[in-house]
Ligand binder design. Structure first.
Ligand code: PGA
Length: 252
C-alpha cells in the first residue's frame, strides 16, 4: 500500500499576521514543486483567513489547531468547525497532548470533536501518545490503544476515510528528545493493528499515521523512511521556512 506522506506544521500559539504571511510565502516561494507529499500548516485561529488567502494558489492546505464540539451557541471564546470551514481551512488537529494536558480534553470529548469536524467537512488529524510516566510504566501500547478506540468508537470506516492519526509521545514534544526509530516503528505498527481490529485491514492500511515530537531536518529522513510512518506533525521546526522545507523534502 502506498500512502502519500503528509507533513503538517503545528504553529501552536505563535505567529502574528505579518509573521504568518512571511512564513507561508517563504515556504511556497522556496519550494515550488514539493512532489508526492501533502503539506499542511496549522496557524492560530486569528491567522487562518489570512493564511488561506495567501496560499490560495498553492499546494499547501490549512488546518486549525482545535475546534469546539458544537457548531454555534453560548460558548464564550470558543471556535466551531463551522467557523473554521468558513475561513477556507480544510483540516483540524484534534486532541493534541497540550489540549489533553492543559485543557483536560477526554477521549470522549475528542470523539465529539471528530464528529464536529466531519459534520463540517474538515479532515481530522487525531493526536495520540503517552506521557513519560506511562512510557516508563510500559503502558504506551495500552494508552494509545485506549485513546484510539474510545475516540473512534462511534464512527464507520467510510466516515474516517480521510482521517490522519499523529502519534506524538508527550515526552518528545518540544523537548528535543526524539523517540528512537525502533520505538516509533513498533508503536506505529501497533496503531495500525488496533485500527485493523476496530475496522478492517484495508482501512488500517490506508490511514496515514504521522510521527510528531522534536522532528527536525537532521532526524526527519530516518523517521520518515520507516514503513509505517506516513509523515510528520512538526512543532518548533515548522516555524522556520527552511527547516520545514527540509522536512517536506525528506518525506518524498
Ligand atoms: P515539536 O512539537 O516538534 O516542537 O516537538 C510537535 C507537536 O507538538 O506537534
Amino acid at each position: 500500500m502506498t500512502r502519500t506522506p503528509i507533513i503538517a506544521g503545528n504553529w501552536k500559539m505563535h505567529m502574528t499576521l505579518e509573521d504568518a504571511k512571511d512564513l507561508v510565502l517563504g515556504i511556497h516561494h522556496t519550494l515550488k514543486f514539493p512532489g508526492n507529499v501533502d503539506v499542511v500548516v496549522a496557524p492560530p485561529f486569528t491567522a487562518l483567513t489570512t493564511v488561506v488567502a495567501v496560499l490560495k494558489e498553492s499546494y499547501i492546505d490549512v488546518a486549525a489547531q482545535n475546534l469546539h464540539e458544537k457548531d454555534q451557541g453560548a460558548y464564550t471564546g470558543e471556535i466551531s468547525g463551522n467557523f473554521i470551514k468558513n475561513t477556507g481551512a480544510n483540516y483540524v488537529i484534534i486532541g493534541h497532548s497540550e489540549r489533553r494536558q492543559y485543557f483536560h480534553e477526554t477521549n470522549e470529548q475528542i470523539g465529539e470533536k471528530i464528529t464536529a469536524a466531519l459534520r463540517n467537512d474538515l479532515i481530522p488529524i487525531l493526536c495520540v501518545g503517552e506521557t513519560l510516566e506511562q512510557r516508563t510504566a510500559n503502558e504506551h501500547f495500552a494508552v494509545t490503544q485506549k485513546q484510539i478506540t474510545e475516540a473512534l468508537k462511534d464512527f464507520s470506516e467510510i466516515e474516517l476515510e480521510k482521517m490522519v492519526i499523529a502519534y506524538e509521545p508527550v515526552w518528545a514534544i518540544g523537548t528535543g528528545e526524539v523517540a528512537t526509530v525502533e520505538q516509533i516503528d513498533e508503536i506505529h505498527k501497533h496503531i495500525r493493528t488496533v485500527l485493523g481490529e476496530m475496522f478492517s485491514g484495508s482501512f488500517a492500511d490506508k490511514v496515514r499515521i504521522q510521527y510528531g515530537g522534536s522532528v527536525k531536518p537532521s532526524n526527519a529522513k530516518d523517521i520518515l523512511s520507516l514503513e509505517h510512518v506516513d509523515g510528520a506533525l512538526v512543532g518548533g521546526a515548522a516555524l522556520k521556512a527552511m527547516d520545514f522545507i527540509e522536512i517536506i523534502k525528506a518525506a518524498v
